[in-house]
Design a protein around this ligand. Structure first.
Ligand code: 3H9
Length: 694
């Protein structure tokens, strides 16, 4: 933004001053906005020919709140609460005209105004917790004076959006408007000329039941699972019951200042900005996405069924093909089962269920794919099976129809090779359960055309998935890094750690489940099959731990067989004596020396392993940015967003310590553990290895 161009303009419409914030793209309350808005309100409030004021925003939305890019830098006054205080104190009535979304500080500007009008399709919200903050410009103090403590706690701790009908019924807005909201606000302001402004801070918090509120706050802490900001926000709301607005706002500022520099605050802002960055994929400047309406899914196993449901949920017509009648029937049952579960959980009503199911047809012949614009294969992960399928599909679908492979480990270039016109082939790597998991790795192959890549990204958006563009390599971004994480987990067993030590360490760090619990939940047999497949090509110098193979040989396939890395009796997990025995033998074979690992040793070693591979992935151009890797782990591997992802965490530990770990891996664990130059250089310069998206 050019510093000389004003971002707030005002004009007189008769006795009403219209103040318009114009700070694209989302009218964030930057320093210039805060300053100019405060100055305009103070000036107009004292201008004799002004009877009332309307605050509106230009462009697509009302203000989206404080400018996130200013966070973490020294705050330059006026800070937003001062601008809000000037609005509330204005001697002339101030009316907010909300369109688009009024979020965070944007909603707080509206709350400080004396009246609020909103467009029917507009939404309000205090989503600060999602970026690791609590509202800091009066939101936790003014909103409870309008809607009470319990409802405000819900709004500030979930960060959910409030639609117009709800806002009206809760008394947050004075009017919901179908036509031009600025015209309506000007008319409303006219009716207020000469009246005394009604200030929210003069209102009392409605009566409440202290025991009920205490319980609500306990529930918030439990649901937050380690994230600080929801609890902080809830406690600020509670303060509104015993403090004046200025006192409560002073407390808000203290909390805000603490959270903004906290590691969680930085991590969550990094993730927010990382998502925006991930949407910008190089090489698509002139690409034209193809219109996709009808999508085929080859294979109706767990993955195929989940993909079909995700597509039907997004409104696509879906054709699912299985090899014979029995497989078609099983596929149909699987898809109906997924929907039945959704219905049982109350997330889908009968009418929507019927509507979605009506979009899905199943067939026993590949010819059924003929009218499809895109076919996604989710058949058995075997190169020849997939090549045969792509060869056959090339003859059935239109020459411009896109073919996507959902392979996790095979080289998609070899699959593309079997099709005519490989420019239209792409990888779409879904994560199970495919109708739930947000991550979609979109794999750009050597010959994939930009239009096809742009189309896959557009489909991902329609599926409400987070698409991360990946290049071709074994395991793509996520599974390739995860494999190195897994290897270090197993190496630590061979050095004397128990699965529980490693799980406890990673769970106390913040992961919802430690690695060995995850392995048991997913099942051990797929990785076993993969290891057997790769055995002939494995580098003999590579350190290899065979405990998992031995477990599989003894039928330990994880939770579903009652035993894996742990024993499971009626859902109760306990250590398994066989696992201990295999670990003891492995330690003895390695010389008998046992290492005692602290939780910190384990955490740092595993993050170093991920950083080591992540740096290589970046060097090879498989991932465009380190923040894309973080997004993969947050959206596909259960990392809570408040940890910011493994690359972010590696920099929190620091390059020097990470390098020291990797150097040990290199001498101890054989090839594959060399530190990339970016890590070595960062350790020397004490700079970051992976600059965050902040
Ligand atoms: C707050 O208000 C604290 C206060 O209580 C107290 C203060 C003292 N700042 O998402 P999009 C950028 S905390 C700076 O793709 P959409 C975004 O990075 C704030 N920039 O568009 C992107 O930039 P680029 C509470 C922001 O239409 C561009 O705008 N508010 C901000 O899909 C377009 O964004 C929030 O947490 C910002 N606040 O969605 C709201 N917001 O083009 C966060 C966006 O360079 N924002 N940008 O990549 C959102 O939820 C969505 O952006 C919004 C638009 C719904 C507004």
């Amino acid at each position: 933004m050019n510093a000389d161009v004003p971002v707030v303009r005002s004009e007189l419409r008769g006795a009403i001053a219209l103040v318009t914030i114009d700070n694209p793209p989302v009218n964030a309350a930057s320093l210039a906005v805060r300053t100019e808005l405060k100055t305009a309100i103070e000036r107009l409030g004292n201008q004799p020919d002004v009877g009332a004021i309307v605050i509106a925003c230009a462009g697509r939305t009302f203000t989206a709140g404080a400018d996130i890019r200013e966070f973490g830098k020294p705050l330059v006054p006026p800070i937003l609460f001062e601008t809000c205080a000037a609005i509330e104190a204005c001697p002339k009535p101030v009316v907010a005209a909300v369109h688009g979304t009024a979020l965070g500080g944007g909603f707080e500007i509206a709350l400080a105004s004396h009246a609020r009008l909103m467009k029917r399709d507009a939404r309000l919200g205090l989503p600060e917790v999602k970026i690791g903050q609590a509202p800091g410009a009066g939101g936790t103090q003014r909103l409870p004076r309008i809607i009470g403590l319990a409802k405000t706690i819900d709004v500030v701790t979930t960060g959910r959006m409030i639609a117009a009908d709800e806002a009206l019924s809760l008394g947050i807005v004075d009017q919901v408007v179908d036509n031009d909201v600025v015209d309506a606000a000007l008319a409303h302001a006219q009716t207020l000329v000469g009246t005394r402004p009604t200030r929210t801070c003069d209102r009392q918090v409605p009566p409440f039941d202290q025991a009920e509120i205490d319980q609500v706050i306990k529930d918030v802490d439990k649901r937050a699972r380690g994230q600080q900001s929801p609890g902080e926000a809830a406690r600020l709301v509670l303060a509104a019951a015993r403090m004046s607005v200025p006192e409560g706002v002073a407390l808000e500022r203290e909390v805000f200042a603490r959270l903004v520099v906290s590691q969680q605050g930085q991590a969550l802002r990094h993730i927010f900005l990382a998502e925006r960055a991930a949407a910008k994929v190089d090489g698509l400047e002139n690409a034209k996405p193809i219109d996709i309406r009808h999508v085929g899914v080859a294979g109706a196993g767990t993955m195929g069924a989940g993909i079909a449901v995700a597509l039907a949920d997004a409104g696509y017509k879906v054709t699912v093909v299985e090899r014979d009648e029995a497989a078609v029937a099983a596929g149909r049952a699987r898809i109906e089962g997924l929907y039945a579960r959704l219905q049982k959980s109350g997330r889908l009503d009968e009418a929507s269920l019927r509507e979605r199911l009506s979009r899905v047809e199943l067939a026993g012949t590949l010819q059924a794919f003929a009218p499809c614009d895109l076919v996604i294969e989710a058949v058995f992960d075997d190169l020849e099976v997939k090549r045969t399928l792509f060869g056959a599909l090339s003859k059935i679908v239109r020459p411009d129809a896109i073919l996507a492979t959902n392979t996790s480990y095979l080289n998609p270039d070899f699959i593309a090779d079997a099709a005519t016109n490989p420019q239209r082939i792409i990888g779409m790597h879904f994560f199970a359960p495919a109708n739930v998991m947000r991550l979609l790795e979109v794999v750009r192959m050597a010959q994939t055309s930009p239009d096809v890549l742009a189309t896959a990204l557009a489909v991902a958006r329609k599926l409400r998935k987070l698409a991360i563009a990946s290049g071709v390599c074994p395991g793509f971004i996520g599974n390739r890094i995860y494999a190195m994480y897994r290897r270090q987990c197993e190496y630590m067993l061979e050095e004397g750690a128990q699965p529980r030590d490693i799980d406890d360490a990673m769970e106390s760090f913040g992961l919802p489940m430690g690695p060995f619990r995850v392995f048991d939940m997913s099942g051990l047999e797929i990785a076993w099959a993969q290891r057997k497949r790769l055995a002939p090509t494995r580098d003999p110098r590579e350190r290899y731990v065979d405990i998992a193979d031995q477990l599989c040989e003894q039928g330990h396939f994880g939770q579903k067989t009652g035993a894996g890395w742990y024993r499971y009796d009626n859902g109760v997990r306990s250590d398994h004596p066989l696992v201990r025995e295999l670990i003891d033998k492995a330690v003895t074979r390695r010389g008998g020396e046992r290492t005692t690992f602290t939780a910190e040793d384990i955490r740092i070693r595993l993050i170093a392993a991920m950083a080591c591979e992540g740096a290589k992935i970046l060097r090879e151009g498989i991932a465009a940015r380190a923040s894309d890797i973080d997004l993969v782990f947050v959206n596909g591997y259960g990392w809570p967003s408040w940890l910011g992802g493994p690359m972010f965490q590696a920099d929190q530990i620091g390059a020097k310590r990470i390098l020291a770990e990797i150097e040990q891996m290199q001498t101890r664990d054989g090839p594959g553990w060399e530190a990339d130059a970016v890590i070595v250089e960062a350790a020397q310069s004490r700079g970051p290895m992976f600059p965050a998206a902040l």
